[in-house]
Design a protein around this ligand. Sequence first.
Ligand code: ME8
Length: 515
Amino acid sequence: MTRPSTYYLTTPIYYVNDSPHIGHAYTTLACDALARFMRLDGHNVMFLTGTDEHGQKVEKSALAAGLATKDFVDQVSQRFRDLGRVMNYSNDDFIRTTEPRHFRSCQELWRRIAAGGHIYLGKYAGWYSVRDEAYCAESEVVDGADGQKLGPGGAPVEWVEEPSYFFRLSAWQDRLLEFYEANPDSIAPEGRRNEVISFVKGGLRDLSVSRTSFKWGVPVPDDKDHIMYVWLDALTNYITAAGFPDTESETYRTFWPADLHMVGKDILRFHTVYWPAFLMAAGVAPPKRVFAHGWWTNEGEKISKSVGNVIDPLQIVARYGLDQVRYFLLREVPFGNDGDFSHRAVVGRINNDLANDFGNLAQRVLSMINKNCAAQVPDPGDPSEADRALLAAAHALLGRLRAEFAAQAFHKVLVIMWEVVGQANRYVDEQAPWALRKSDPARMATVLHVLAETIRHLAILAQPVMPEAAGRMLDQLGVEQGARGFAALGPAHALVPGTALPRPEPIFPRYLDDS
Ligand code: ME8
């Protein structure tokens, strides 16, 4: 037997300074849909998420909460795990940067970078944004209200002067540009790639990679006065989970380099400039691809704690239903673009796409089978041209979706699936199986079989985005657990006539507006 191909994908690891919000839920959701798709398509998948627990921002939040830093990070990290359960994420691992395996990995990466002569001791004197955990060049800093200095993202910056180790990032400009050139898919979408290339072409300054003014971090090997810069520590999580520094281990050899780091556009530079440079300096292969998605706003406004409009994923799941939220987030916005979360938009998607289009299709067909075919899969008979056309569209879905998942075009996946939902709804209207019940029961059976087969394809393919709802739909079609992978798509695994079906229950109820 040939070994299945492998796929390693990661989310950012989230700061534990505060509870998770919709933005965090979104990134991990996108990865979850992709991980599920790849597994159902027969790949050996490793899907990683976790929490970023060091640095000044987290330390300050712990202080403000009046808790010991370790107790605070334990508590908040747990909220991210809990979110994972509520959102039905299928991650294979959850990494915390406070774990021993991660200390070992960071320190070994540092040693390898240092051994190559890429690190030197100096002194940092410049601006630092605690909110972004980022150094800011003088030219990036602007005056805000009350004389407060602000960094490029609008976050306050403070003047820092301290002994620091530096990474010779300036020496990596040409090699990074060569890497981008040789690997055109390594940064997506295209606009983000261009942004990174022009940033690197503008010249790179050496990067401060250690801090001495506080202690909440991974100690620099052989120099107890320094802890590692939180971004060097955080980025390293991706190789820690793959087993680094045990580069001969099965996991590492199977999964590194990662196939995809999914991130938000705010942290693109860290992932596409610093991270590949650190890795290349240590003699480790860089990740194959970084995709930077867009930003969610709430009813048109920037989501921020100070505005008080942070969207709690637990609340929206309780209000709208889990798979409804999963569908909405991936369908509403072309993946990569910014998007707006509004109650109206969510209700529109639930009532139109899910209840009217897909839910109603399944409910109509399954009820007719229940009533008119003795609750058994009907006999396919001889297909007509119209039957073949609909089935052909259903059979063609996998190939089309593969291409869209490979490009992380989640919204297109759903648009394509709904084309077939629409086609099936038109077919029901044209074939009017209810009118055939008396006049031509054999033809009615054929029509209902074609429809059930189409729904089987749609439900199998809907599992990555809506695992629970699609699973219930497959239950209602009598599809066994072992026949839900993509290997079961196509005519060879068609529903078997005579299979008893349970009583159909509506899967996507309408949302009755309460606002
Ligand atoms: O940056 N819309 O963690 P973080 C969409 N620890 N996505 C959003 C969002 C929004 N409004 N807000 C946040 C960090 N996100 C570092 C990462 S990785 C080695 C270290 C998502 O808690 C988006 O994925 O600030 C963004 O990149 C991430 O949360 C930032 O999470």
